[in-house]
Write a protein that binds this ligand. Structure first.
Ligand SMILES: *Cc1c(COP(=O)(O)O)cnc(C)c1O
Ligand SMILES: [Zn+2]
Length: 387
């Protein structure tokens, strides 16, 4: 096995950075770095069917992931989640084809496992000995699990009112848990300070380049599940935006690899909660960056991200794809959760339910044709949110 990873590139100014050293953000622009691969060589040497036949899981895409030595992979069985049709819901909504990619099958029961498997693997490969993360909840649990698996100490900083399952799982994995008054932005400040003062490596969303790489694999799996023809519309519950940006990055890599049967790319739709919708507000205003959202509130804790660090990248993705950004109410989220459970047997996280609420809103605005193929992302299990 060989990785085609060659360098890191600033997503703002395009400057290149050494992939063999520990990197954070572009020092010039304070913008995220993205991993770049030798895709021309990968195109000649990799075979999409061979990848399909490889051992199950996220790491079957090793050639397109940023770890050099396969022995360094920190693995808990992440990836290869099912893509399920939702025929009863589709009939209700008058849609031809509705699907969900159900990420609740991942270790720690949310898709955060993907990003943290990649980030912890690469950080440890480059010599990191302790990891810290600010989180709205699920990223902390995932980091704590992968850190335990790798045998390195972990510290998780999160709002005091994070769902109880998130706090308890971090403690169970042996992480130090720090609860803060305030939201993920307050947690991020404290984590950055402790990283500086105590030598932890900070795995904040987009402040290191590799969580994005784990999350992008959802994009490869989507292409594979649909026979290398992408859906028309993808609805994604957007907090920090790693999944949205990652899936879009995967599609452009697949294009460069020549693996897509049809060059038409999906419209990417960001769904947020009405009580915390910085991306929606910026999208509607035609702004290039998001502005901080005051008094953020929503039961979908993963969407409680008032100032996403990669706001520009999220907005760029939505516009490049011809997509949209929609806010949904708490009542609509709850109703969608009940519908997915009762009609399709899926007890989804409130964030996942928000995508169904977003779909209804997309239809209401006339932004969807009944013959289009629609994919929802359910990012986690509803079980983690029980009081
Ligand atoms: C973190 C999280 C989100 C938001 O994901 P981003 O990639 O940060 O936008 C959505 N759903 C769940 C369950 C989450 O934990
Ligand atoms: Zn830069």
């Amino acid at each position: 096995m060989q990785s085609y990873f060659i360098y890191l590139e600033c997503t703002q100014c395009g400057a290149r950075f050494d992939s063999g050293r520990l990197q954070t953000v572009c020092p010039g622009c304070n913008a995220p770095l993205a991993a770049r691969y030798d895709l021309p060589s990968a195109r000649r040497e990799l075979d999409r069917e061979q990848i399909g036949a490889a051992r199950r899981g996220m790491w079957r895409w090793f050639g397109l992931l940023p770890v050099s030595d396969p022995e360094k992979i920190v693995n808990l069985g992440e990836g290869d989640t099912p893509t399920l049709p939702l025929p009863r819901l589709a009939a209700r909504l008058g849609l031809h084809e509705l699907w969900v990619k159900d990420e609740s099958f991942n270790p720690t029961a949310t898709f955060k496992a993907r990003g943290l498997s990649a980030a912890v693997s690469r950080a440890c490969e480059l010599g990191v000995q302790r990891v810290i993360i600010p989180t709205a909840g699920n990223a902390g649990g995932a980091m704590a699990a992968y850190a335990a698996r790798a045998g390195v100490p972990a510290c998780v900083v999160m709002p005091a009112d994070t769902p109880r399952a998130n706090i308890e799982e971090c403690r169970a994995y042996g992480a130090e848990v720090v609860l803060v008054d305030g939201l993920i932005n307050a947690a991020a400040q404290l984590a950055a300070q402790r990283a500086r003062e105590e030598g932890w490596f900070d795995l904040s969303t987009f402040k290191e380049p590799y969580r994005l790489e784990g999350k992008k694999v959802m994009g490869y799996e989507i292409a594979q599940a649909f026979g290398w023809r992408l859906p028309d519309v993808i609805l994604y519950p957007t907090g920090g935006g790693t999944g949205l940006v990652g899936i879009w990055k995967a599609f452009s890599e697949l294009e460069a690899l020549g693996w897509l049967e049809d060059r038409r790319l999906p419209r990417m739709v960001a769904v947020q909660a009405e009580g915390c919708a910085p991306v929606v507000r910026a999208f509607e205003a035609g702004a290039e960056a998001t502005a901080f959202w005051e008094n953020a509130r929503t039961s979908a804790s993963g969407l409680r991200v008032p100032g996403p660090f990669a706001g520009r990248l999220i907005l760029r993705t939505l516009r490049e794809s011809g997509g949209a950004a929609l806010a949904v109410s708490e009542e609509a989220i709850r109703a969608a959760q009940v519908q997915l459970a009762g009609l399709e047997g899926l007890f989804v996280a409130p964030e996942g339910a928000a995508t169904l609420a977003g779909l209804v809103e997309l239809q209401r605005r006339g932004l969807l044709r009944p013959d289009e193929r629609v994919l929802l992302l359910n990012t986690g299990t509803g079980l983690k949110y029980l009081e």
